[in-house]
Design a protein around this ligand. Structure first.
Ligand code: CO
Length: 205
């Protein structure tokens, strides 16, 4: 069995630093959480939600999966959405994709018949629906970038159209962001959502 004692040591050191910087920090969090944000992001190890937006524990409720998908029948994601909206009453939902996403890359390549290909099939559907738009891109790298962006926009629509969100009794903003693993910068793609819907108004994937 591998030795993970260095990770446990890191944890103790981190907890001590947090407590030193803000005495009572953990005690304050122990009884409740009241995050304002729900983050729906990719499982990729390079895109740690709290860290890249500079928020400590307690500030952001997080759901991550391969390629940051919001699938209408995914009970895992829907349960997170339901809890975030109806119990925590988050006011802002951020769907965050990232350039260089392995899930997006896989969707542009032939299937290998693995379990993950079933999941990625949702991204293949997006690539199919927006084929004409993707074909305007001249290189495979540009196509990949564009599909990363289109995927964010489509997932934002999925959140906005979900019955769970529509049943919310408070105002909720749904944002689409993309993260560049090459420079650590986030970019707001929210204005692109309407543009993407206009490209293919009949699409409901
Ligand atoms: Co990814």
């Amino acid at each position: 069995m591998s030795d993970l004692s260095h990770l446990l040591a890191n944890n103790r050191a981190w907890a001590a630093r947090m407590e030193k910087a803000e005495p009572g920090f953990f005690k304050g969090l122990a009884s409740q959480q009241s995050p304002r944000y729900l983050w729906i992001g990719c499982a990729d190890s390079r895109v740690p939600a709290n860290e890249i937006i500079g928020l400590p524990p307690g500030e952001v409720f997080v759901h991550r999966n391969v390629a940051n998908l919001v699938v209408h029948s995914d009970l895992n994601c829907l349960a997170v959405l339901d809890y975030a909206l109806h119990a925590l009453k988050v006011t802002d939902i951020i769907v965050c994709g990232h350039y260089g996403c392995g899930g997006i890359k896989a969707a542009l390549e032939p299937s290998e018949g693995r379990i993950v290909d079933h999941w990625i099939r949702h991204v293949r559907d997006i690539a199919k629906h927006y084929k004409a738009d993707l074909e305007r891109m001249t290189t495979p790298a540009e196509q990949n970038h564009r599909l990363c962006e289109l995927n964010v926009a489509v997932q934002v629509v999925h959140v906005r159209e979900s019955p769970v969100l529509q049943a919310a009794r408070h105002e909720v903003n749904v944002h689409g962001w993309i993260y560049d693993v090459a420079d650590g910068h986030l970019q707001d793609l929210t204005p692109m959502v309407e543009e993407v819907r206009a490209l293919e108004p009949s699409v409901r994937v």
